[in-house]
Design a binder for this molecule. Sequence first.
Ligand SMILES: [Zn+2]
Length: 312
Amino acid sequence: MSAYGACLYLRSETNGESKVHLLCAKSRVALLKALTIPRLELSAALLLAELIVNAEEALDFDCTFHCWSDSSIVLAWIRQPPREFNVFVSNRIAKIQEITKDMTWHHVPTNLNPADVVSRGWQAVSTEKQAGFAWAYTWLRWVTSIGGRLQNANLDYDTRNPILLPKDHPVTKAIIVYYHKKYLHGGSQALLAALRQRYWPIGGRKFVASVINKCVRRFRTKPVTWEHVMGSLPANRVQPNPAFHSTGVDYCGSFYHKTEARNKAPHKCYIAVFVCFSTKAALLEVVQDLTTDSFIAALRRFIAFPGGFQLH
Ligand SMILES: [Zn+2]
C-alpha cells in the first residue's frame, strides 16, 4: 500500500510582514502495484487541484494560487496536450489543466515538500523535519483552541486561547520535543510552562515527563537535583515528655482588636504562640504590645496553665 497527499498553505501579507499557515491537507491511499510512481504523483497533482477548487469555494476573499509538485515528470506532462497519453493519464491531465488553467506550476525539491509527510507518513520523516512542520501542522483541521478565564488578561491571543493538543499524538510529541530542545533540555515543569504559552496538551504532565525520560542527551548528563542535608532534631524534640514540658515561643501579628465600646478606635495587638516541642500542641495568648511587660504578663498567664514548664 502507498499513499499520496496534497496540502494547501495560505500566505498573507500585512505591512510588509508575511505569514504562512497550513489551510488544509488531504491524503489518499493507493495500491502500489496498480500505479507507477509518476501515476501516483499525477494523482497527487489532481488531488491538489481538487483541494484548490474546494478551498476557493470556502474562502471569502480573492487570492492567487500557485501549485507545487516535486515530480518533474508530472510537471512536464501537464504542459502537454492530453491526447498524447493513455486514458488514465490523459483524463487526469485534462482535469488538472482545466482547474489550474490560470495558475502557475512550480517544482519543489522532495526534501522541502511538506506534502511528503502526508504521503510517506509521519514516522518516515526525520525528527528535524517533523519539528519544522510541527508548527504548520497545528493549523490542520482538527486544531481547536480553548478559551480560559484569562480573556481580559494582558496576554497574547495565543496564551489566552491555547491550542488543544491531543493526547499521545505524534504531532503533540514533535511539538514537545521541539520545545524541549528549544529550552535546552530543561525539566518537565519548565517545559510545561513554556508549552502552555501557546498550547494546551491534554494529559500534558505525563506525556511531557515520558518524552523527557526518553531524551538521550538528558540521560547521558544525568543532572542531579540538589537536596537539603537535614540535621538531627534536638533531644527535647524527640524525647517523650508531658505536654508543654519544653516550649518554644514566637509572636504573630499585628492584629487589630475592636473593643465593645462603639466609638473607640480598634487598637493593635499581637499573639504569643507557645508551641510544645514534643507534641506540637500550641497555646495562644493575646499580647497588648511589643514591650517586655506585656510579654511577661502573657508568660505568667501561660505558666498559670496546669503542668510543668521549661521555656526556650
Ligand atoms: Zn533533552
